[in-house]
Design a protein around this ligand. Structure first.
Ligand code: NAD
Length: 254
C-alpha cells in the first residue's frame, strides 16, 4: 500500500518552502521520494529547507521566486521544465495575512493580500497547468484555509482570497482534467509564524481548544496525510475537492 502514496521520481514545485507549513511539506514530499523544488523569496531560508532534505538523503533544490512577479513565474516555470524535464506536482502554498479591521484596512493592503493569496496562485497554476496538459499528467494542491468556510473579523483580504482559492480549485479541476487533478487543503489553526500573535493569546487558545474535537492547535505534521493523498496516485479520482484538516473546528458546534 505504501506504493500508492509514493512520490518516487516525481518533480514537485512547492511555493513558500522557506518555513512553516511549506518547510514541513517539502520534507514530507522528499521523504516520500520526490525531488522538491523549494520556491520562495528568501534564499537563505530555502537553503536551510534544502539542507534538511539532503541530510536525510532526499533530493531538493532552491528556486528563488516571488510569486507576485508574473514575469519571474513564467521564466522560472520554463527554466524548471528545461532543467528537470517536467513538473509533476505543484503545491501552491505561499501566502500572507494582515490583521486589521476592515474599516481601517487600506485598499492597498486588501489588494496585496488578494494578489499574493489568490492572483499569484492562479498565475502559478496557469503556467504549470499548461505544461501539465502537454504531458497529460499532474497534481495541483492549492493551500486554502478554514477561512474559506468561516468568516472572521480583522482578516477581510485573507478570507476573501481563501474563499476564492476554493472556487479557483473547482474551475481548474473542470478545465485541466482528465489527467490532472486539482484540489485544495483547508488547514485549521496550525502553529507557524503566520499566527504567532494568536498563539500568545490565551483567550484565543482556550476558545480553539474548546471548539475543536481534537482539543488542540494543529501541528504542521497534521497535514502530511492529506498532502500525500492529494499529491500522489492515491488521489487519482479526487479532484475539485477542498479537504479540511482542522481537528473538527468547522464541523462541530461547541
Ligand atoms: P508562514 O508565514 O510561516 O509561511 C508562508 C510562506 O509563504 C513563507 O515561506 C513566505 O516566505 C512565503 N511567501 C509569502 N509571500 C510570498 C511571495 N510573494 N513569494 C514567494 N513566497 C512567499 O505561514 P504558514 O502557516 O506556513 O502558511 C502557509 C500557507 O498555509 C499559507 O497559504 C497560509 O495562508 C496557509 N494556512 C496556514 C494556516 C496556519 O494555521 N498556519 C492555516 C490555514 C492556511
Amino acid at each position: 500500500m505504501a506504493d500508492l502514496f509514493s512520490m518516487k521520481g516525481r518533480v514537485v514545485l512547492l511555493t513558500g518552502a522557506s518555513r512553516g507549513l511549506g518547510r514541513d511539506m517539502a520534507l514530507t514530499l522528499a521523504g516520500a521520494g520526490a525531488t522538491v523544488l523549494c520556491a520562495g523569496r528568501t534564499v537563505k531560508e530555502l537553503e536551510t529547507t534544502v539542507r534538511a532534505i539532503t541530510r536525510k538523503g532526499g533530493k531538493a533544490h532552491v528556486v528563488p521566486l516571488d510569486i507576485t512577479d508574473e514575469a519571474a513565474v513564467c521564466q522560472q516555470v520554463e527554466a524548471i521544465v528545461r532543467r528537470h524535464r517536467r513538473i509533476d506536482v505543484l503545491i501552491n502554498n505561499a501566502g500572507i495575512l494582515y490583521r486589521q479591521d476592515a474599516v481601517d484596512t487600506p485598499t492597498e493592503t486588501f489588494r496585496k493580500t488578494i494578489e499574493t493569496d489568490l492572483v499569484a496562485q492562479f498565475v502559478v497554476a496557469r503556467e504549470v497547468g499548461r505544461h501539465m496538459l502537454k504531458r497529460k499528467y499532474g497534481r495541483i494542491v492549492n493551500i486554502s484555509s478554514v477561512m474559506a468556510i468561516l468568516g472572521r473579523a480583522s482578516v477581510a483580504g485573507y478570507v476573501a482570497a481563501k474563499h476564492g482559492v476554493v472556487g479557483l480549485t473547482k474551475t481548474l479541476a473542470a478545465e485541466l482534467g482528465p489527467n490532472i487533478t486539482v484540489n485544495a487543503i483547508a488547514p485549521g489553526y496550525i502553529r507557524t509564524e503566520i499566527n504567532v500573535a494568536l498563539q500568545k493569546n490565551r483567550d484565543f487558545s482556550d476558545m480553539l481548544e474548546r471548539r475543536t474535537a481534537a482539543s488542540r492547535w494543529g501541528k504542521p505534521e497534521d497535514l502530511r496525510g492529506a498532502l500525500l493523498l492529494l499529491a500522489s496516485d492515491a488521489g487519482a479520482y479526487i479532484t475539485g475537492h477542498t479537504l479540511v484538516v482542522d481537528g473538527g473546528l468547522t464541523t462541530i458546534l461547541a
